[in-house]
Design a protein around this ligand. Structure first.
Ligand code: URA
Length: 442
């Protein structure tokens, strides 16, 4: 086979064969196809697209490019959860312990933040002592002992995706349905869980800007998951504005604790209950045989709400943190979390209503403050970020604080405050309400 021929065929909009897709994935992973040819191929896919059969093939080739995790030493139906990425999305820190408290084994591998989006592993590392890296045996023991373990993605799972994703990130080829689907599903299908819940974000702070695009992505991913023998469901949720009020690593851990104590912001509490309900439903532990139905989800949600109410979810979080070497005292004393030395308050320049609160700009502000990285090897400031005082739809008066930016570097903080100010649009009319959970694909 010839690499230029495959690139040419895709550039011309032709449908590739299984062998051609395999040739490209294997060649790039093994290093016989150089970056410049893979970049050209990805751009051809970006513009010409792939049909469903090609996307399934691409997913499969990437799935088998590395280790396939065996979680059979953990009893029960293991449910994985994956978000397509967003700003202020700390749901794993909340939903994992809720699901575990309800008897769902959670054995999860998560990623780090890149660009304006955050990553669960960075958030967890802001907990003093918390270890996000474990040998397989310890990982399994942690799930069996505490009901939940969350560690960083190892390089051995879907290494083809690791290499291709890094190239997509620097060649403007991330936002493509087939490439996102194959990237996420190859990792999820290799990670060993029995069922998968996907949280597909749509809006300014997401890869999918519209609900229609998000729905297409969700349907394709759910179909591929189900066809591979894993029960899969998806939620389409709004990412036009940040989720909750905290953006930045230790700030988000602190907010997750508030939600687990029943005093967190309404939006993140609502989404967390919905996601936990769906995970509980997928695992069948709430005593329902009505898996993948609205009724099963409602029963799961009820169990999730009870776990929040009776404190068992918070207990599960403490046990999870302690099991991975972290200090569970953070739930009672938040000052144990990294604290920023400096802050700047961003104030409203006029009276009115917040008619837009751009998630991407707040994510960028948090990154500028030091919470995010531009390149994978960059270090981050775990205490930096943005706390929103006001959100979409709120009334404000001139001089009211809109948000506070935290960090340890005055120059970075000033740039962050400038970016954060641009995220707020204030108009004279109260804007229409936005629905957070747009739809479920079950
Ligand atoms: N997250 C991934 O892992 N891959 C993508 O392509 C997009 C988001």
């Amino acid at each position: 086979m010839n690499t230029v021929d495959v690139i040419t065929r895709k550039r011309n909009g032709e449908i590739l064969t299984r062998e051609e897709i395999q040739y490209m994935v294997d060649g790039y992973t093994e290093g016989t196809i150089p970056d410049y040819q893979m970049a050209a191929f990805l751009m051809a896919v970006f513009f010409r697209g792939m049909n469903r059969a090609e996307t399934v093939e691409l997913t499969e080739c990437m799935r088998v490019s590395g280790d396939l995790v065996d979680l059979s030493a953990i009893d029960g139906i293991k449910v994985d959860k994956h978000s397509t990425g967003g700003v202020g999305d700390k749901t794993t820190l909340i939903v994992g312990p809720i699901a575990a408290a309800c008897g769902v084994p959670v054995a999860k591998m998560s990623g780090r933040g890149l660009g304006f989006t955050g990553g669960t592993v960075d958030k967890l590392e802001s907990i003093p002592g918390f270890r996000t890296s474990m040998e397989r045996c310890e990982f399994i023991n942690q799930v069996n002992a505490h009901g939940i373990a969350v560690i960083g993605q190892t390089g051995h799972i879907a290494p083809a995706d690791k290499k291709i994703y890094a190239l997509r990130d620097v060649t403007a080829t991330v936002e493509n349905l087939s490439l996102i689907t194959s990237s996420i599903m190859s990792k999820k299908l290799a990670s060993g869980s029995d069922a998968i819940l996907l949280d597909i974000k749509c809006g300014k702070g997401a890869f999918m800007k519209t609900e229609e695009e998000a729905e297409k992505l969700g349907r394709l991913m759910v179909d591929i998951g189900n066809d591979s023998g894993k029960k899969t469901m998806a939620v389409i949720s709004d990412m036009e504005q940040p989720l909750g009020k905290a953006v930045g690593n230790s700030l988000e851990v602190s907010e997750a604790i508030d939600v687990l104590k029943g005093s967190g912001p309404a939006d993140i509490t609502e989404l967390s209950l919905e996601l936990a309900g769906m995970m509980i439903c997928l695992s069948g532990v709430s005593g329902t045989d009505k898996l993948k139905t609205e009724e099963g989800i409602a029963r799961g949600r009820q169990a999730a709400a009870e776990a929040l109410e009776d404190g068992s979810a918070l207990k599960s979080f403490r046990s999870f943190v302690a099991g991975q070497g972290g200090d569970p005292g953070i739930t009672e004393d938040k000052s144990l979390l990294p604290q920023a030395a400096l802050s700047i308050r961003v104030k409203a320049g006029q009276n009115g209503y917040i008619s837009a609160l751009d998630a991407m700009k707040i994510g960028l502000a948090s990154q500028h403050a030091g919470a995010g990285r531009q390149r994978k090897e960059d270090g981050i400031d775990l205490s930096a970020g943005v706390l929103l005082d006001r959100k979409y739809g709120d009334a404000v008066s001139e001089g009211d604080v809109l948000c506070t930016v935290y960090g340890n570097d005055k120059k970075k903080l000033e740039a962050a405050a400038e970016e954060a100010a641009k995220a707020f649009v204030i108009t004279g009319k109260r804007p229409a309400e936005r629905k957070l959970v747009r739809q479920k694909i079950i």
